[in-house]
Design a binder for this molecule. Sequence first.
Ligand SMILES: [Fe+2]
Length: 447
Amino acid sequence: MRSFLLCLLCALLPAQDAFLVKPYLQLGDAPKVAARERLDLLWHAGDEEATWSVAVRGAKGWLVQATPAFRRLEVPPLAPHRIYRTTLRNLKPGAVVPYRVTRNGEVVFEAEAQARKPGTHRMAVFGDAADGSKGQMAIAKAVAAARPDAVFITGDLVYGRGRAAEYRARFFPVYNGEAAPLMRRIPILGVVGNHDVPFPEFPDASAYFTYWSLPLNGPALRPGEKSAVPVKPGVHDAIVAASGPAFPRMASFSFDYGRVHWTVLDSNGYADWDSPQLRAWLEADLKAARGAAWRIVALHHPLFQSARSHFDDQWMRPISPLLEKYGVDLVLAGHVHNYQRTAPLRFRPTQVGLRGRPVAGEFTVDEAFDGKTVTRARGPIHIVTGAGGAELYDPWQTDVRASWQPWTRAFISDKHSFTVLDVAAKALTLRQLDAEGRELDAITLTK
Ligand SMILES: [Fe+2]
């Protein structure tokens, strides 16, 4: 028995040594549903020569994929390391396919990847999570137990400053660990929050652009340009170099999953969505999505929310008329650490303040919609799903309805939670679940 255990240990050791971060899937620059799907596979390894290869199991055996390429990241406090990437290609939509990673001829990792589904699917959504807390881990496990087809994180991807070292400690071990092995099987997508931007005191901040691989179809912003993620030359050079074309363009993008079109916006203060360039991109993106069954906008800073915390950060409100014009169904945000749901609502800004000040305006609230008996919404419904693990904001407001804005219909801030979207062609069900999988809120939308 002892020799068996020893052998088992020997067999496991090389696999553990091979990776600094185990292989994880990303959607890659593949915004559209395709007849043959693909997924990017990334992993992090030490800065040393090795021969890597990735194979996908097909009907006739293992199919070797393109030779993995790598970018090198040398920025303290982590030791220099390599971010490897290849693409799993020719995947049947929705299929679950075994894949394996080989290092110097030895298989060091095996898992199954699930390709994007063309129709009915389940998406899990949460934000403001990766602070290394028990709450983060509890929600990660509950998300894995809900068996989503993909996950979207609504910003503040990793605390406290979006640093490479923080991803190593708090992000990958949780969302791709043994307790919640999400990222090796399905893609996790996300959007940058205020904690994911380049803080000048940390050269390894903004690691989002280096470690994630998402569509590069956002506004074509160049480094240093207005509305682009600001970096400090001489501080963030290593992160920028290791990010390649992802920096700064990957801050906003759009993609389709099933018959849903997602428009993902960088809502940080430097991004001016009133500017002609960004506004034109947003309008063109929504216009091109008119054939989609559902339209979702995802961003970090909510347009409409009731919590006392961050109440002045509702500066994205001026885009509401554009979202209404093109029939956006849901707006998913984080930033505020709780769960909130509004009635379907329309908004005309009358007074646009400076950044950091609320935007005043006129509301038209769909009072008839209840998500149970009346399920056709007149206007976008705004969801805050920022209860993914970090400390909750204003829990006292949960039971004090008088403290909510008149268009708020649900406000839960006394427990961590996440959103599950079950989407079919004519019906979309949104459920808010807690760490035990208990349903806290639910609505159905129909077309
Ligand atoms: Fe935030």
